[in-house]
Design a protein around this ligand. Structure first.
Ligand code: NAP
Length: 265
């Protein structure tokens, strides 16, 4: 099974075929081994093409996708995941998430279908995304397979302490989306100041802070080679305990992904 790499490439809004293909290929050739897509992103085909174009074997890539909110009834889980595999041009994905526990989500319908895919080998691991603590309880109780990852918005401006504690206690990965707060990290004084000390950018400091935490992974989206390479450089930034503590003390709750039907509202 492909190893899980804590720094992955996000692909949301990367719908231009050439740009998406090239970003995935560039990331894999830079050293990334984890790629995150979703049925909702309309780019699985280009992600698959980028993986095929890179000089990296499929089995060395940890590939994650997500079920759209319309595809969570039992039959739709099976049909739509088969269509995802076809678009991605692969026999299996390393991780299949429930993207949002809304619309057609019903734990008793959706999760047994994921268990079946897991037993059959079409998906190597089961993931959840955007779950509240109550919905996590229900899912963990319903699933036979272990939860491998919970993907949520997480960055220095939305630190998700409670969901992080839960991930550590239950021992699954907390995968941070919007890990550079869609560019907002560039203007956070604490990140700029710590970056100056380490000769690192605020983007790299934000990612290094996430990766310094137990059981946390991060999937920054980047399109240009410059951003892809810069973000990968976060793996070389070693924050001190004092740096981490200083970022922990930032008390801003700036949620970037929100809408009235979101599970927490
Ligand atoms: P993000 O990764 O925090 O930010 C992406 C934006 O930041 C892009 O505009 C990118 O520009 C820019 N950027 C990245 N690195 C940069 C750098 N080093 N310097 C300057 N700009 C930089 O936000 P996101 O894309 O929303 O989240 C990341 C991934 O998480 C998504 O792509 C998706 O895979 C996943 N996600 C999941 C959910 C969910 O509900 N599960 C929700 C949102 C996102 P360029 O593209 O121009 O390089």
């Amino acid at each position: 099974m492909s190893e899980f790499h804590r720094l992955g490439l996000g692909t949301y809004r990367n719908t231009d075929p050439d740009a998406c293909r090239t970003a995935v290929e560039t990331a894999l050739e830079t050293g990334y081994r984890h790629v995150d897509t979703a049925q909702m992103y309309d780019n699985e085909t280009y992600v698959g093409e980028g993986i095929a174009a890179a000089d990296v074997a499929r089995e060395d890539v940890f590939l994650a996708t997500k079920l759209d909110t319309d595809n969570l009834a039992r039959d739709a889980v099976h049909e739509s995941s088969a269509a995802s595999l076809e678009r991605l041009d692969t026999d299996y994905v390393d991780l299949l998430y429930v993207h949002w526990p809304i619309d057609s989500y019903d734990a008793a319908e959706t999760l047994p279908a994921l268990d079946t895919l897991h037993t059959e080998g079409a998906i190597r691991n089961v993931g959840l995304s955007n779950f509240t603590p109550e919905l996590l309880d229900e899912a963990i109780e319903t699933l036979e397979a272990p939860v491998f990852a919970h993907q949520v918005e997480m960055h220095p401006l939305l630190q998700q302490e409670a969901l992080h504690e839960r991930a550590v206690a239950d021992d699954y990965w907390l995968v941070a989306y919007c890990p550079v707060a869609r560019g907002q990290v560039a203007d956070v004084p604490e990140l700029v100041e710590i970056g100056e000390k380490h000769d690192a950018t605020p983007y790299q400091v934000s990612l290094a802070w996430l990766l310094a935490k137990e059981n946390v992974a991060a999937i920054p989206k980047a399109t240009s080679k410059q951003h892809i390479v810069e973000n990968y450089g976060a793996l070389d930034v070693e924050l001190s305990e004092a740096d981490v503590a200083k970022i922990d003390r930032i008390e801003r709750e700036e949620r970037l992904v929100d809408f009235p039907a979101a599970p927490w509202n």
